[in-house]
Design a protein around this ligand. Structure first.
Ligand code: HEM
Length: 406
C-alpha cells in the first residue's frame, strides 16, 4: 500500500467523458477501479482536480460519512463534466442535514414502497394502453418513441400533476438540463423557465389542490415545512429524474433482454425471475456517463491509502462500485443467477435515490407486459446498428427499432 504522502501526489487523470458505444463500460473507470481505486481526476469544466473513489467499500464510506458535504459544493467551481451544475442550488442533492432530513421526509412518504404499490394498477393500465396501440400499429416500430418514453413521462407527470399539454415543453427542458453539450447560459435559462413553470403550478395547486404528490408538497410549503425555492427544486428534480432515468434505464434493459441469448425466453417462461433480472441489469448497466455530484471534505478523512484533506472535492462512482470483484464475482458478466446483489445503482447514504421503489415498479410493469404481450419481440436491426444517446448525462438507446410477428 502506498504511503499517504505519495498517494497524495498522484497525477490527475484528464477525463473528457466521451460518448461510449452501447453498454461498454468506461475504460478509464475500469482501469482506476483495478489500478488506482482512489485517483485524482480533472474533468472538462470547472477548476482544479478532485478525488475519484471507485471501490465498493470506499464508495459506501464516503457516501455515509457526514464529514463529506454537498452544501459546501454550492458556489464552488469544482471540476465537472458539464458546463453547468446539474443540481439546483437549493436542490435536495446539494444540501446537508438538518435541511436535507426535513426535505427528504416530505418526499419519502409519498414515494414509499407502499404508496408506490398503489400506483401500480394505473401504471399497468398505462403500459397496457401503449402496448395495445403498438400492436394495432403493427411492426416495425421504435419502442422508445412508441412505448417507453410516453410511459415514463405519463407515470411521473401524473404523480406530480403535470398536465399532458405541457409534456412537450418539459421534455425539451430535460434535454437541455441533462446534457453536457449545452452552454451554462442555456442551461440557466432553462432552469429559470422550468422553475417558473412549477412556481405557477404551485400557485394554482395552492388554491385548488389535486390528489397528486406536488399538491401534497405545496400544502407542506403552505404549512411552513419547506420554502418555495425548495419546493420548486424538488419538483424539478423529481420530474426530470423521474422521466429521464426510467426512460434510459428501461430502454437499456429492453436492449439487454433482446441481446442476451436466451434471456427473453427464460423470463417469459418464468416471469418470477424478472425481479432478479432487473436487479442484475441495474447493477450491470452503465446508466450514466461520468460521475454525479461531488462532495467536499469538511475535515481530513482517511479513505483507503489517501488522506483526503479538508476542503478537497471528492466524487464517487456507483458504476465502478457495482463492478467491484471483491463484492460481485465475475462482475463484468450479466448473470441471471446472481443470488447476492447488494448493488449501489440507486446510490448509498442519505442521498439514496428517492425514486428506487417507483423505478422498480415501473420496470417490472413495463418489462413483464412487454414479454407477455409480444412474445416474439426482437430487434429490427443488428445490435450494432442501434443509435445511443449522445452528449446526454444518462446512457441508453436513442431508439429501439423492434419487430414481432403480429
Ligand atoms: C433507474 C432509475 C434511477 C437510477 C439508476 C437512479 C439513481 C440515483 C442515484 C445514483 C442518486 C444519487 C445518490 C447520490 O447523490 O449519492 C439518485 C438520487 C435521487 N434520485 Fe434517482 N435514480 C433513478 C430514478 C429516479 C426516479 C424515478 C426518481 C423520481 C421519482 C428519482 C429521484 C431522485 C432524487 C430526488 C434523488 C436525490 C436524493 C437526495 O439527494 O436525497 N430517481 N438517484
Amino acid at each position: 500500500m502506498a504511503e499517504p504522502s505519495l498517494a497524495r501526489d498522484r497525477v490527475a487523470h484528464h477525463w473528457p467523458v466521451e460518448d461510449l458505444p452501447g453498454v461498454q463500460f468506461d475504460p478509464l473507470l475500469a482501469r482506476l477501479l483495478r489500478e488506482e481505486p482512489i485517483a485524482k481526476i480533472r474533468l472538462r469544466f470547472g477548476e482544479g482536480d478532485a478525488w475519484l473513489v471507485t471501490r465498493y467499500e470506499d464508495v459506501k464510506l464516503v457516501t455515509a460519512d457526514p464529514r463529506f458535504s454537498r452544501a459546501a459544493t454550492v458556489d464552488r467551481p469544482v471540476t465537472s463534466m458539464t458546463p453547468h451544475v446539474i443540481g439546483l442550488p437549493r436542490g435536495i442533492g446539494r444540501i446537508d442535514p438538518p435541511e436535507h432530513t426535513r426535505l427528504r421526509r416530505l418526499v419519502t412518504q409519498s414515494l414509499s414502497p407502499r404508496r408506490v404499490d398503489r400506483l401500480r394498477p394505473h401504471a399497468e393500465a398505462t403500459a397496457d394502453a401503449l402496448l395495445t396501440s403498438l400492436g394495432q400499429q403493427g411492426p416495425p416500430a421504435d419502442l422508445v418513441d412508441a412505448v417507453i418514453a410516453p410511459f415514463s413521462m405519463r407515470v411521473i407527470s401524473e404523480l406530480l400533476g403535470v398536465a399532458e399539454q405541457d409534456w412537450g415543453r418539459v421534455r425539451d427542458w430535460q434535454r437541455i438540463i441533462l446534457s453536457s453539450n449545452h452552454s451554462r447560459a442555456e442551461a440557466d435559462a432553462v432552469k429559470k423557465e422550468i422553475g417558473g413553470y412549477f412556481r405557477a403550478l404551485a400557485e394554482r395547486r395552492s388554491g385548488e389542490p389535486g390528489d397528486d404528490l406536488f399538491s401534497a408538497l405545496v400544502a407542506a410549503r403552505d404549512a411552513g415545512e419547506l420554502t418555495t425555492p425548495e419546493l420548486i427544486s424538488l419538483a424539478v428534480i423529481l420530474q426530470l429524474n423521474g422521466m429521464d432515468m426510467v426512460l434510459s434505464t428501461a430502454s437499456s434493459m429492453v436492449y439487454l433482454l433482446l441481446t442476451q441469448p436466451g434471456w427473453a425466453v427464460r423470463l417469459r417462461d418464468d416471469i418470477g425471475l424478472l425481479p432478479v433480472a432487473v436487479e442484475e441489469m441495474l447493477r450491470f448497466n452503465p446508466t450514466r456517463n461520468g460521475v454525479g455530484l461531488p462532495r467536499i471534505a469538511m475535515q481530513d478523512v482517511q479513505v483507503g491509502d489517501v488522506t483526503i484533506r479538508e476542503g478537497e472535492a471528492v466524487y464517487v462512482s456507483y458504476l465502478t462500485a457495482n463492478r467491484d470483484p471483491d463484492v460481485f464475482p465475475e462482475p463484468d458478466r450479466l448473470d441471471l443467477e446472481r443470488a447476492e446483489n447488494p448493488h449501489l445503482a440507486f446510490g448509498y447514504g442519505i442521498h439514496y435515490c428517492h425514486g428506487a421503489a417507483l423505478t422498480r415498479m415501473e420496470l417490472d410493469v413495463l418489462l413483464s407486459a412487454l414479454l407477455k404481450r409480444f412474445p416474439g419481440l426482437s430487434l429490427a436491426c443488428p445490435a450494432t446498428g442501434i443509435e445511443w444517446l449522445r452528449g446526454a448525462v444518462s446512457r441508453g438507446p436513442a431508439a429501439l427499432p423492434v419487430t414481432w410477428s403480429p
